[in-house]
Structure formats: structure tokens, C-alpha cells
Write a protein that binds this ligand. Structure first.
Ligand code: FMN
Length: 394
């Protein structure tokens, strides 16, 4: 380093530059005008898990679904044409074994989102990011790039990582549950600074320490991309209530949806003086008759890969002998929809069920399907008009 460069670095910060133009230091538009996740549809709709093998079904049920780029792109474009709000991927680095190696074949989600941002026109495109695996400077820059590609339709699902064997791939030991949310808090504070700070900034914390950080340009949508989080524990709910726009929850009954939604919306309001939306997810099976829909759902269970489901439930710590029956029942919920809330029936019944979910405080439903590509067309023709008639969509 020359003496002059050394002096500049010490006295004025690293390589000071002329003031940056607005095109670099300001977003292009307010996110409520660019990102459909903030639109005024009463019930928002999305797809979940279309970047991973077997999607939300731990099963050998017959399907044309596959994790190829052409296939995942076709699904995204179909959902885009239907006016859906969100494409939410699963962040997954290894499979769950069994005969399916469930979710073992997967696309990394920032790069997946970048490709789909270019391939779609209106739908919100998300990455799901295991925060400990990516530095906030890197993540903020990738998010900004995807947001610019999409014209402000991008968002990040912030997850801490619960699946120890995949965190070990990154050389990370699974620490205390709530510590992960402490790191997550620093991560999100840091990333928000990178997205909004017009000049240089330092960041000092327990997990991150960086000097003279800059990040240009800013995202297309201001102040920063939509943020969602799927924390459902006390620490997770508090993280969501404080930081994000949407909490994603795994909920098993309409009553639990109602109490969960009241609780987390109340936390956001009372503890952080802000509001957030709540959404849930599950496997959607719609057929002409109730009998056919139930049979299709049952086929997922009958052809289930219960070894992989066992791996999931035991990794989640559900090994207690005394709750054997509940665990067996729980395994079935994983096999048919990753423990989400199943929506099964005729177009009319599915509309009623989605209305009940919405009435229970869920602002959106993020779907899995046995065969996304084929079933979306049926959903478009037979369910979308009923959702409009029911006042859930316009
Ligand atoms: C809708 C939804 C999506 C999730 N997506 C992922 C994911 O892609 N990758 C992951 O490792 N965990 C994912 N999780 C797990 C959550 O990050 C979280 O670990 C779990 O909901 C338990 O909440 P807690 O962290 O507050 O204990 C998801 C959870 C839900 C409900």
C-alpha cells in the first residue's frame, strides 16, 4: 500500500469516493407498490417447496413433479399467470434418507429465485436463507441483485437452521435454540443496514464485526425486500414480531390458527408497535368429487416413505415412547404436507376450507401439491373463480 493510500485509509476510511448518486443510495420504489405480498388480496396464495424433490409429500405417490429447471420454471410461470403472490422455496442441503431421500435433490434458493425473477412477471419470488450459512454482506448483495432483476418482487424467508446434519456440512455445531435467534437478530439488523444506509457504516456485535461496510445499489423496493420468518417457538415468534412482514406457521387446527394469529399479532402490536401478517401452508388436493380427493390424499399416505418421515420426526426430537400414537399420527402429517394443514375436497369444499383458514387469521395459504404442474391448471379453472365469488380474491 502506498503512503498516500495508507493515509486515506487511516484518516478518511477506505478509499473515500465522491458522494454517491441517488440511483445508488436510494431504492426505486416503495415495496408496497412493487411486491405482491403487500397487495390487498384478502387471501394471498403461494406455492411452497417447488425447488426440492418430492415437494411436500414424503411419498412415492405417482406424479410428474421433478426437480428439473424446466419443470420448476413451468410451475412458477403457471402460478404467475394465475396471480399468485408468492413462490417460497425450502432451504435444504441434504435429504432425509429413506427410500425417497426426501428433499435431497434441491436447488439453492437465492440462485433459484434469481432465475425465476427473470422468468416471471408479477409474482413475489422468495429465497429461504439459513442465516448462519451466509454472511449478511453477501446475503444483502444477493438479495439486492435479485430484487433488481425482479423489479421489487423479491423477499427472504429467514430461517435459523434446525436440521443438525445439514448445519454440520457447514462445519457448524447446532448451538442453543435461542442463541440462533440472537445471531439472527444481529444478522437482520446488519442486512437492513446494508440495504438502507446511504454511506459507510460499521457493525459491531457478538456474531458479526465489520468496518466501513458499503453496499450499492440499494434494492429496487424500499426500504428493503419483504421479510418472512417461520419461527413458531417463543423466541421464534418474538423474532418475527420484531423484524418481519409475515410469520409462517405450521398449524394443525382452525382453533390453533386463531389463537396463534391473535397471539403473534398481539405481540407485534404491544411489544414492538408494528403489525405483521400470518400465513400457513399445507397440501392441497382438489378433485371433481370428495371421494376422488380423499382417495388421492390417502394414496400419498399409502405410498408414504415412513423411514424418511421417522428420520424427520426423530431429528425434531419426537422419540418419546409415551407419545407413540401421537407420533405415528404426526408422521402421517409430515408424509402428506410437511406437517401443514391439509386442504382436501371438491372445488367448493376447498373454497370453504380456505375461507375458514382465512377467518382464523391467516392472511395467506402457501400450497404444496402432489403434482403442482398438472393440478395448478385444474385449480385455476375450478377453484380460482370460486375464491373470487367467496370474496377471498379479486
Ligand atoms: C412454513 C415453514 C417453512 C419453513 N422452511 C424451512 C426451510 O426451508 N428450511 C429450514 O431449515 N427450516 C424451515 N422451517 C423451520 C423453521 O425455520 C423453524 O425451525 C420451525 O418452524 C420451528 O420454529 P422455531 O425455530 O421457532 O423453534 C420452516 C417452517 C415453516 C413453518
Amino acid at each position: 500500500m502506498t503512503a498516500t493510500a495508507e493515509r486515506i485509509k487511516n484518516e478518511e476510511g477506505l478509499f473515500p469516493t465522491a458522494p454517491r448518486p441517488d440511483s445508488e443510495t436510494k431504492p426505486v420504489a416503495d415495496r408496497t407498490t412493487t411486491n405482491p405480498i403487500f397487495n390487498n388480496q384478502k387471501l394471498k396464495l403461494g406455492l411452497f417447496g417447488t425447488n426440492c424433490s418430492h415437494g411436500l409429500t414424503i411419498s412415492h405417490v405417482e406424479t410428474t413433479y421433478e426437480t428439473s429447471w424446466e419443470h420448476t420454471k413451468a410451475i412458477a410461470q403457471q402460478a404467475d399467470r394465475m396471480g399468485f403472490e408468492a413462490l417460497v422455496p425450502i432451504a435444504r442441503w441434504r435429504g432425509f434418507g429413506g427410500t425417497t431421500n426426501f428433499n435431497g435433490n434441491s436447488f439453492e434458493t437465492y440462485t433459484w429465485a434469481a432465475g425465476l425473477a427473470e422468468a416471471t412477471k408479477n409474482i413475489g419470488v422468495f429465497a429461504t436463507s439459513h442465516l448462519p450459512t451466509v454472511h449478511p454482506v453477501m446475503a444483502a448483495k444477493m438479495a439486492t441483485t435479485i430484487d433488481r432483476i425482479s423489479g421489487g418482487r423479491f423477499g427472504v424467508n429467514l430461517v435459523m437452521g434446525w436440521f443438525a446434519p445439514e448445519m454440520e456440512m457447514f462445519g457448524q455445531k447446532q448451538g442453543e435454540h435461542d442463541d440462533k435467534y440472537r445471531q439472527g437478530q444481529e444478522w437482520v439488523d446488519f442486512a437492513k443496514k446494508a440495504w438502507t444506509e446511504p454511506g459507510l457504516f460499521d457493525f459491531e456485535g457478538d456474531f458479526y464485526n465489520s468496518q466501513r461496510v458499503e453496499s450499492y445499489p440499494k434494492p429496487h423496493q424500499g426500504p428493503y425486500p419483504a421479510l418472512i420468518n417461520a419461527g413458531n417457538s417463543s423466541a421464534g415468534m418474538a423474532f418475527s414480531a420484531r423484524n418481519v412482514d409475515v410469520n409462517f406457521a405450521a398449524l394443525d387446527t382452525i382453533e390453533n390458527m386463531k389463537s396463534y394469529s391473535d397471539k403473534i399479532r398481539g405481540m407485534a402490536r404491544e411489544e414492538f408497535n408494528r403489525s405483521l401478517d400470518v400465513m400457513t401452508y399445507g397440501l392441497v388436493v382438489v378433485r371433481d368429487t370428495e371421494k376422488e380427493a380423499k382417495a388421492a390424499f390417502q394414496e400419498v399416505l399409502d405410498k408414504g416413505d415412513y423411514d424418511a418421515a421417522e428420520n424427520v420426526t426423530s431429528l425434531m426430537g419426537m422419540q418419546s415412547q409415551s407419545f407413540r400414537a401421537q407420533i405415528e399420527q404426526f408422521k402421517e402429517r409430515f408424509v402428506a404436507g410437511w406437517a401443514g394443514y391439509p386442504i382436501v375436497g371438491t372445488p367448493e369444499q376447498v373454497t370453504e376450507q380456505l375461507a375458514a383458514v382465512n377467518d382464523a387469521g391467516m392472511g395467506g395459504f402457501i400450497m404444496g401439491m402432489i403434482d403442482y404442474n398438472e393440478e395448478l391448471k385444474y385449480f385455476d379453472e375450478n377453484v380460482m373463480p370460486l375464491l373470487k365469488e367467496a370474496g377471498l380474491r379479486h
